[in-house]
Design a binder for this molecule. Structure first.
Ligand SMILES: Nc1nc2c(ncn2[C@@H]2O[C@H](COP(=O)(O)OP(=O)(O)OP(=O)(O)O)[C@@H](O)[C@H]2O)c(=O)[nH]1
Length: 430
């Protein structure tokens, strides 16, 4: 990983840590949502009493000093559980309010009258088995609230499905879990054993408190973000790594190609440096290299080496008569003819203007003389530009024991001289 990437990674991680901690702190100390019900909110407040069950109790609801007050006259009757209650409608059924998103509730209420200092609170949940036309079909989640607990936070998970409702409605066990995800109605009722007499319940406010996002959900979001960030970063690094590898490979390939080209160029240049550009014959440097290849150190005393000098006859006249360009053509054709007669291992060298040397390693004198004759006759018989009658003279010498290379050259040169003196177009042995 490159330093710059590590730098960016550190920054990104620091930002994520700060963001995660800030979100958790914000969730803990803030992000609060409140649902408040009081006399000023547009909810319907209805009195309910036991007369519908055959009782004689009487309930009335009125607004007093910004509070809703339930006035209740509990009377003994044939109905076993006389009661009064105030019904607060949160939403028209089958809709309700999702109170599951809240954590606790604070009641600001008071009561007066005989009997225990308690009220019953019902959060009625509309569920699949509930019916719009039957208010008793809503699941009753019940809490017996001690009046001294008003104004304190009461966790919503303290509510329990009322056992009397389960029994009364014969609800299967599987459906008796507490749910407050769709509450259209809240009811606040006199306690279970309310004695006969005048009762009143004053409700100033009911406040539900919750968080916009629960801690569990926030943690899930944070962990998911970290995972996404980690995978994203890994993916990015992998991609960058592959890019770098590809780039490095390309650079390596380019360098190898350049190296190959340079090697070839060097080879070509070195070969060119040893060649005569007009005839393609070796120059004297080329001859030295050829002999060194054959005998790397010094020429051994018993080395077998023959040298031929071949020189075009009266070449000056050709130049003078036909021009330099034709002279060049003759030189090229001469070189090409000689090359076709010698072995690959022989060295064909342009020694001077129209004088050529053929070095034949491991060739005895007889064969060298034969080769010189072959060259001479082929030159003599060949077709030349402008039908010029071209001939050449040859001097041949083979290395004798104890002789050095210069001595050999000298003998071959002398033989060539003799051939010229002897009338040209002939081979002489030195
Ligand atoms: N066209 C051409 N002529 C060249 C080149 N190199 C040398 N010559 C000519 O070759 C001629 C050699 O002349 P000489 O040394 O007098 O030899 P010659 O005329 O061949 O006579 P002999 O060797 O005695 O038969 C000169 O006129 C040079 O100018 C070349 O590359 N191209």
């Amino acid at each position: 990983m490159q330093t710059q990437s590590i730098h960016i990674l550190r920054h990104a991680m620091a930002i994520l840590v700060v963001l995660s901690v800030s979100l958790l702190l914000w969730q803990h100390y803030g992000m609060t949502k409140v649902l408040r019900l009081d006399a000023s909110t547009p909810n319907a407040y209805q009195p309910v009493d036991d007369r519908s069950q055959g009782g004689l109790s009487h309930a009335e609801v009125s607004r007093q000093n910004n509070a809703m007050v339930l006035q209740c006259d509990i009377r003994k009757s044939a109905y076993q559980w006389p009661y009064c209650q105030i019904r607060i409608t949160l939403a028209p059924m089958p809709n309700g309010i999702n109170l599951a998103g809240y954590d606790y509730v604070i009641f600001d209420l008071s009561r007066s009258g005989p009997g225990p200092e308690k009220v019953r609170v019902y959060l009625n949940n509309f569920e699949t088995q509930s019916s719009v036309n039957d208010s008793t079909s809503l699941k009753v989640n019940e809490l017996l609230l001690d009046i001294k607990n008003t104004q304190s936070a009461i966790p919503l998970n303290l509510f329990r499905v009322a056992s009397w409702w389960v029994e009364y409605k014969n609800i299967p066990l599987i459906d008796t879990d507490m749910r407050i995800n769709n509450v259209p109605v809240i009811e606040i009722s006199t306690p279970g054993f309310a004695p006969e007499g005048k009762h009143s319940i004053t409700i100033r406010s009911i406040e539900f408190y919750g968080k916009w996002i629960s801690q569990t959900r926030l943690l899930f979001v944070i962990v998911a973000s970290w995972l996404a960030f980690g995978s994203g970063w890994l993916g990015f690094e992998l991609f960058a790594y592959r890019q770098r590898l590809q780039q490095e490979k390309k650079q390596r390939d380019d360098l190898e190609t350049i190296n190959r080209v340079l090697e070839i160029q060097a080879e070509v240049l070195s070969t060119k440096a040893q060649l005569d550009p007009l005839t393609g014959a070796l120059n004297r440097d080329g001859l030295r290299e050829l002999l060194q290849k054959e005998w790397p150190h010094t020429l051994p005393a018993d080395a077998q080496l023959s040298i031929l000098f071949a020189d075009l006859d009266h070449f000056k006249q050709i130049n003078d008569r036909y021009g330099h360009a034709i002279g060049d053509e003759v030189l090229k054709q001469f070189a090409s003819l000689v090359k076709s007669k010698i072995r690959k291992t022989d060295g064909f060298v342009r020694w001077g203007g129209e004088e050529f040397l053929i070095a034949c390693p491991h060739m005895p004198a007889e064969l060298a003389i034969g080769l010189a004759e072959k060259i001479r006759s082929s030159i003599c018989e060949a077709q030349w530009p402008e039908s010029i009658a071209v001939t050449c003279s040859c001097g041949v010498a083979s290395l004798v024991a104890g002789e050095d290379f210069d001595g050999l050259i000298e003998r071959a040169d002398k033989a060539l001289y003799q051939a010229k003196r002897g009338g040209r177009n002939r081979v002489e042995v030195g």
